[in-house]
Design a protein around this ligand. Structure first.
Ligand code: RFL
Ligand code: PHB
Length: 396
């Protein structure tokens, strides 16, 4: 006999999107249940994003999730861009009237949300296989899956598909409903997390003829770096010394600036793509976060976009249950997509500017340098870069 659960909102996926939605609904007195494919320890250990926009930070603090964020998150008022022997600082704070970014690992956000939900005995079901959705176009949605204790069945009013790019929610929408708009880039990122103090107290984005590089960190002990690489290569083909040497070359590090090296704790190669589906809703299914859109990580926007979606989706559910109106739910997709496309544009622009394309000719290389020179040398252009990097205001 399946375990049968009745709830208001069935949530698929316990990434930042699903967990934040569950938390916001719980605060508003709306019931929900999460089904997650992976184990609790797996989602807590998944190393991903690190750069938080001002509005993401403000929202988490407003929701009472800011204790560790304010204590351990690193406030950054600027970052550096290196290209063609130039080193230019983008003063985010100065250019945006005091806004900043916070370096705080996505797995810390997941940890904070999970702790807050578990403290209230929130129903979160891990290691659920074969999740599938039924009745999304008939007004009686149901999620079925199978866990350690056997089949599980969630009947609900709405389903939130927060199951990332490879999840089951988006493919459950009938063919022909969604427009899929995407772009694959001919390169990938090798991302490492290393037990090494960082050499710089701010992020460094580097343009180099051998490919782009981003120097980042998590705390005083851990550094996080990304190197543009071949999408078909294997992480194993990058021995530690080769990674550190390559980082030094691409960052144009001088002798006084040898990078502190240390054991590499995590290394992963990620292909780069831009991807959007329109609309982000079908019947009683709402898509949010990476389930609906992917940005290349060069703009550091993926988790922030997921948070912005959830803020609108939670507002829609709250309006529906409190006031019996669907205006915000009906507008969810349109409102989110307007902001998503602006963030897609920024992420695409950063990606085009910092990476070497395989067929790149000298003209294109000059265009990149001119673009970097303009973006960092003109007050107006730098202000536009900074405005997007600290994050556009939320739409809901
Ligand atoms: P997630 O985090 O992928 O969570 C989806 C969850 O759904 C589960 N799931 C299923 N559950 C049940 N049934 C199924 N069939 C399921 N299929 C999947 C998964 O196990 C998972 O737990 O999506 P969400 O919540 O939308 O969050 C999106 C963010 O994770 C993502 O956008 C960011 O990590 C992107 N990103 C960055 N974003 C930033 O804002 N700032 C950054 O600095 C940044 N850097 C990055 C990044 C992503 C990277 N990679 C590895 C993709 C750097 C990298 C290298
Ligand atoms: C990170 O610290 O993980 C990071 C920094 C900058 C990016 C993407 C990721 O653009």
């Amino acid at each position: 006999m399946p375990v049968k659960i009745r709830t208001q909102v069935g949530i698929i996926g316990a990434g930042p999107a699903g967990l934040l939605l569950a938390y916001m609904l719980r605060r508003a007195g709306i019931d929900s249940v999460i089904l997650e494919k992976r184990s609790r320890s797996y989602i807590l250990g998944r190393v991903r994003a690190g750069v938080m926009e001002q509005a993401t930070r403000d929202l988490l603090i407003e929701l009472g999730l800011g204790d560790r964020l304010c204590r351990d998150g690193l406030l950054h008022k600027g970052f550096e861009i290196r290209f063609a022997n130039e080193r230019r600082r983008i003063d985010l704070s100065e250019l945006t009237g005091g806004k900043v970014i916070t370096v705080y690992g996505q797995q810390e956000v997941v940890k904070d949300l999970l702790a807050a939900l578990e403290q209230e005995n929130y129903p979160l079901h891990f290691e659920i296989d074969d999740v599938h959705l039924e009745g999304i176009d008939e007004g009686a949605p149901c999620i079925r899956g199978r866990g350690a204790e056997g089949p599980i069945e969630i009947s609900c009013d709405f389903i939130a598909g927060c199951d990332g790019f490879y999840g089951v929610s988006r493919p459950s929408i009938p063919d022909g409903v969604l427009s899929v708009l995407s772009r694959e880039y001919p390169f990938a990122w090798l991302s490492i997390l290393a037990e090494a103090p960082s050499a710089s107290h701010e992020l460094i984005y580097a343009h180099h003829q051998r490919g782009g590089a981003i120097y980042s960190m998590r705390n005083k002990r851990l550094s996080r770096h990304n190197l543009q690489c071949d999408p078909d290569g294997a992480a194993k083909s990058w021995p530690a010394d080769k990674i550190w040497d390559e980082l030094e070359v691409r960052l144009n590090a001088d002798n006084s600036e040898r990078l502190p090296r240390g054991p590499i704790l995590d290394r992963v190669i990620t292909r780069m793509r831009s991807f959007v589906v329109e609309p982000m809703q079908y019947g009683s299914l709402f898509l949010a976060g990476d389930a609906a859109h992917i940005v290349p990580p060069t703009g550091a926007k993926g988790m922030n976009l997921a948070v912005a979606d959830i803020k609108c989706l939670a507002a829609g559910f709250i309006e529906h249950y409190r006031a019996g109106r669907r205006d915000k739910l009906n507008a969810y997709s349109t409102i989110c997509l307007a902001r998503i496309w602006r963030v897609q544009r920024f992420s695409w622009w950063m990606t085009s500017m910092f990476h070497r394309f395989p067929d790149q000719d000298t003209f294109t290389a000059h265009m990149q340098i001119a673009e970097l020179d303009h973006a960092t040398g003109s007050q107006a252009a730098a202000a536009s870069l900074a405005e997007n990097y600290v994050g556009l205001p939320h739409s809901c």
